[in-house]
Unconditional design. Structure first.
Ligand SMILES: NC(=O)c1ccc[n+]([C@@H]2O[C@H](COP(=O)([O-])OP(=O)(O)OC[C@H]3O[C@@H](n4cnc5c(N)ncnc54)[C@H](O)[C@@H]3O)[C@@H](O)[C@H]2O)c1
Ligand SMILES: *[C@@H]1O[C@H](CO)[C@@H](O)[C@H](O)[C@H]1NC(C)=O
Length: 322
């Protein structure tokens, strides 16, 4: 049986057949959003092993999965980049960044060459710095270079709040913006449950609501990845589903608002990538409507932007980023 006709032409490429890459490919396969999924990795044998295994799942999902080369990016609706190395013991954060920057230098220009009209979706960490790098290295307009950014953190935050307030996460409207990292900020001033302010909802339901309780929710959000990594050495399922939720409005031209990372000017800091709610559709990530933050949040966003900018400056001083 051929794939549904509306998706017949949808090809998605995943660069990096490691844990995040293959889990994303598998989630995408089961979603039915793509007719063809191509995996590219420097370790071709590993990629082939993964693809062979996945092709047996594809048998049920009616999509084609295969190993590819950069030429195969031609015609892809989106190219997801999960390739890179993880921090090794004793390695500094900046050393890791330099290593992954070099990995991107070997990947992004090739993707851009073969798929000049595609949308890049970046997951490799540090995702904001590498989204900026991918924008430079591809020469693509800012709306076509999207970092997964705080989409993951926003998901975890909604999950934490939904548990605290005892409602379905779909009814929690709350976002984490800024860096996908320590300087991220929860936007409390705009958080709501189905249109009701958290304070009012809590008061009527008799649920504790104070700074301490809410701090604990945002702390658990921020610590979640550390905790998971301590136990199993990596994270893969959450991020894979988040990546599919970013791809979905791109593939279906869905105009969904998602907190993703993009190059722009934020809180007075120019030419930096961080996450804000963006409208995602067939042409990429658009920042149509600014988030109305309060003064304290604006200050926190500025700090977040500056901490990412400092890393970009350090890369530049090193002569790496040109
Ligand atoms: N953004 C998020 O929310 C989020 C969540 C989890 C992980 N991550 C990040 O995703 C990245 C991947 O994590 P992982 O657990 O899958 O790592 P992994 O080590 O399992 O996989 C990385 C893969 O990249 C490949 N690779 C390395 N250099 C390459 C190159 N030059 N060209 C092609 N392929 C190359 C490796 O062969 C390997 O298969 C990491 O940077 C990690 O920090 C991001
Ligand atoms: C996507 O959204 C942007 C911003 O709202 C809009 O300008 C553009 O036309 C939309 N693109 C498509 C393909 O619908």
């Amino acid at each position: 049986m051929p794939p549904p006709s509306r998706l017949q032409s949808i090809k998605i490429v995943v660069v990096g057949a490691g844990s995040v890459g293959v889990t994303t490919a598998y989630a995408l396969l089961l979603s039915g959003l793509a007719a063809e999924i191509v995996l590219i990795d420097i370790d071709k044998s590993r990629a082939l092993g993964e693809v062979t295994d996945m092709s047996h799942a594809a048998h049920y999902a009616q999509a084609r999965v295969r190993v590819g080369e950069y030429e195969d990016c031609a015609g892809a609706t989106a190219v997801i980049v999960t390739a890179g190395v993880n921090q090794k013991p004793g390695q500094t954060r900046l050393d890791l960044i330099k290593t992954n920057y070099k990995v991107f230098k070997s990947i992004i220009p090739q993707v851009a060459h073969h798929a000049p009209d595609t949308i890049l979706v970046i997951a490799t960490n540090p995702v904001d710095v590498l989204t900026h790098a991918a924008h430079r290295l591809s020469g693509f307009p800012v709306e076509r270079v999207i970092g997964s950014g705080t989409a993951m953190d926003t998901t975890r935050f909604r999950h934490e709040l939904s548990k605290h307030f005892g409602v379905n996460p779909r009814n929690v409207h709350a976002v984490i913006v800024g860096e996908h990292g320590d300087s991220q900020l929860p936007v409390w001033s705009l958080a709501s449950i189905a249109g009701m302010r958290l304070r009012d909802y809590a008061a009527q339901k008799g649920i504790p609501y104070d700074e301490q309780e809410m701090e604990a929710c945002s702390r658990r959000t921020k610590d979640a990845a550390y905790e998971i990594i301590q136990r199993k050495g990596k994270t893969n399922y959450g991020v894979a589903s988040v990546l599919v939720s970013i791809l979905e409005p791109i593939i279906t031209n869905g105009d969904a608002l998602v907190t993703v990372s993009r190059v722009g000017s934020y809180a007075g800091v120019d030419d930096v990538a961080l996450s804000m709610p963006c409208k995602l559709n067939r042409s990429g990530a658009h920042q149509d409507v600014p988030l109305l933050l309060d003064e304290k949040e604006k200050e926190a966003l500025r700090k977040s932007a500056e901490s990412i900018k400092a890393v970009l400056d350090a890369l530049e001083e090193d002569g790496l980023a040109e």
